[in-house]
Design a protein around this ligand. Structure first.
Ligand code: ZN
Length: 140
């Protein structure tokens, strides 16, 4: 399993696609953030599933997300493992998207000491493998 450094300076690798996550990775590889939404009740679903965990609906449509959100919570990792052991301190965070879901991700492009809960952020797409990208966030 190889790891490449990306424009954000953090390592990445190709995603492990499944039937449920393939649309997410395909869009991310194109620089777009998409989320599954229930056709029956309208709730945005995260993590990707082929059914709605809110109402049990089985019709889910992928919709374009704004790519905007705020830091919900965060921590600074000072001793990463594997390829992350070769980078300096980095921020691991939950970002709450404008659409509601909270993604476990990284906040990049900012001194880790400056990251705060509520910080407005916007998605960035780190190339991963031949066609995928990891979704990370930078200050808006
Ligand atoms: Zn639903």
């Amino acid at each position: 399993m190889s790891a490449d450094r990306t424009p954000t300076g953090l390592p990445t690798r190709a995603a492990r696609r499944t039937l449920e996550t393939a649309p997410f990775w395909e869009a991310a590889g194109q620089g777009r953030l998409v989320l599954p939404r229930c056709d029956a009740c309208g709730e945005t679903i995260w993590y990707p599933r082929r059914f709605c965990p809110f109402c049990g609906g089985r019709e889910v449509t992928w919709v374009e997300a704004s790519g905007r959100g705020v830091v919900y919570t965060h921590t600074t990792v000072r001793k990463g493992v594997g390829p992350y052991g070769k980078v300096g301190p980095y921020v691991l965070a939950y970002v709450e998207l404008d659409e509601g879901p909270r993604l476990l991700t990284n906040v990049v492009g900012i001194d880790p000491a400056e990251v705060r809960c509520g910080l407005p952020v916007v998605a960035v797409f780190d190339p991963a493998g031949d066609a995928d990208a990891l979704v990370r966030f930078r200050p808006a």
